[in-house]
Design a protein around this ligand. Sequence first.
Ligand SMILES: NC(=O)c1ccc[n+]([C@@H]2O[C@H](COP(=O)([O-])OP(=O)(O)OC[C@H]3O[C@@H](n4cnc5c(N)ncnc54)[C@H](OP(=O)(O)O)[C@@H]3O)[C@@H](O)[C@H]2O)c1
Length: 186
Amino acid sequence: VERASAAVPSGTFSGHDNAGAVGVAGTVILSVPFRNQSETLTNLKEALTPGQLLIDATVPLAAAVSGKATRMLGVWQGSAAQQTLEMVPDGVRVVSALHTVSAASLTDLEHPLGQDVLVCGDSRADKQEAATLIERIEGLRCVDCGRLEMARTTESLTALLIAVNSRYKIHAGIRLTGLPDKLWER
Ligand SMILES: NC(=O)c1ccc[n+]([C@@H]2O[C@H](COP(=O)([O-])OP(=O)(O)OC[C@H]3O[C@@H](n4cnc5c(N)ncnc54)[C@H](OP(=O)(O)O)[C@@H]3O)[C@@H](O)[C@H]2O)c1
């Protein structure tokens, strides 16, 4: 909270444990290492409530089991986001996003982002709600990438970007071309 307040003095910040944060949030962003994803969701079963929007940024990198960060693990459900959907209480709305945005770029507030966020989910309205929140971050444009099952592909782009990053010593992002100006009904 102290670090965030120092970085954004106009912001309001409070600290919670995971269950406490979920208890007071309309929207929950799940951003934990894949090895902790299922235990985190199990621990939050009582805290999550129907109607909440859960944005899953988890990537099932092989690094979770001491493998390479440029390789993916097979997830029986198809993707980490689909595993989340299976684990949350009925009525929690799951959207997958943010996998290609590097934490280093996001936390460097001077760094211009200028990149896309690939959003997957089974409800257009839920994706739009997530996009409206995410696009409050200057330089991020959300793109509707289809149903939640597409997360299998968007999650794996993280492994690709890690390979690119290690070659060029940068924090690469994704930018799609040829899209219309208006991507969402607003
Ligand atoms: N880093 C990136 O640039 C990036 C980009 C795209 C997607 N992702 C994906 O986003 C997810 C988070 O990545 P990250 O780099 O932010 O990871 P991280 O720094 O290792 O961990 C993120 C958060 O997970 C929490 N956490 C760790 N172990 C936990 C546990 N056993 N139970 C509950 N919470 C736990 C940490 O809490 P504490 O601080 O309390 O330990 C931390 O707040 C991963 O699935 C990653 O693949 C990351």
